[in-house]
Design a protein around this ligand. Structure first.
Ligand code: DGL
Length: 275
């Protein structure tokens, strides 16, 4: 494989800010890599939309990322991973990885009492994709899903530590506490941003699984396997990270700067409908 391909960026996308929790993990685990991120801030949330719509949006983003000559694409959105990944993988010739399979694997390995909870968007819960993957690994595990549709707008509004978020989390999570799960998958990439709130409500006997960590680990393995891992350290001052959104670039930049270690130099708005 040519050095030039190794030097190509990794494409990452989500409906909005949530995928930054995956970007954060990629930056930590494979710091030599370049990243092109797209957040579909004009069309967020995806979690209440149909499979057809989410697939169409994800296809447009994939086409955009291909124009950026990415070497691989990380679908840093559970909803798009559940609804669109299988189809898109057949359409393009670069490797793609989603967040659901890695999350399911960690949860199956983590639970001790065989009771796993999943919180995610209505779309992800409705697709039952976590249940399918977990049961493929360990059929004896019981998986209970709970859609938490208000979490994404709360995160997008920046209400990460707020009494309103506490109140909504308490209501959503009550039924999972009642059934005594010991492992809870944060099955939406926005949710790690309110991890403290979720952890407080669930109590310290429940292990929270953030699929981002395992996704970045599997991404590294995938790149190694395909001889695409960047082994060269970046040049000093090189801008390795590019951020694009479909609306509200300034708001995105401020938010991203608050959660990523590396300062974001700029976020650009593009018309994603053109792709
Ligand atoms: N962050 C996304 C996910 O992981 C999507 C949330 C949304 O847009 O509803 O599912």
């Amino acid at each position: 494989m040519s050095e030039c391909l190794k030097d190509a960026p990794i494409g990452v996308f989500d409906s909005g800010f949530g995928g930054l929790t995956v970007v954060r993990e990629i930056m930590r685990q494979i710091p030599n890599e370049k990243i092109v991120y797209f957040g579909d801030t004009a069309r967020v949330p995806y979690g209440s939309k149909s499979k057809e719509t989410v697939t169409r949006f994800s296809r447009q983003i994939t086409h955009f990322l291909q124009t950026q000559n990415v070497k691989t694409i990380v679908v840093a959105c559970n909803t798009a991973s559940a609804y669109a990944l299988d189809e898109l993988e057949k359409e393009i010739d670069i490797p793609m990885i989603g967040v659901v399979k890695p999350g399911a694997k960690v949860a199956a390995e983590t639970t001790r009492n065989g009771k796993v909870g999943v919180i995610a968007t209505s779309a992800t819960i409705g697709s039952e994709i976590y249940t399918t993957y977990i049961k493929d690994l360990k059929p004896e595990i019981s998986v209970t899903g709970k859609a938490c549709p208000l979490f994404v707008p709360l995160v997008e509004e920046g209400l990460l530590e707020d009494p309103v978020t506490d109140e909504i989390a308490s209501r959503y999570l009550l039924e999972l506490i009642d059934i005594d799960i010991d492992t809870l998958i944060l099955g939406c990439t926005h949710y790690p941003l309110i991890r403290n709130t979720i952890g407080r409500v669930m109590g310290d006997k429940v292990t929270l699984v953030n699929p981002a960590y395992e996704t970045a680990r599997e991404l590294k393995c995938l790149l190694e396997e395909k001889n695409l891992l960047q082994d060269k350290k970046p040049d000093l001052g090189e801008n390795r990270y590019q951020f694009y959104v479909s609306d509200g670039a300034e708001k995105f930049k401020t938010f991203a700067n608050s959660i990523l270690k590396y300062g974001i130099l700029s976020a650009k708005t593009i018309n994603i409908e053109e792709y």
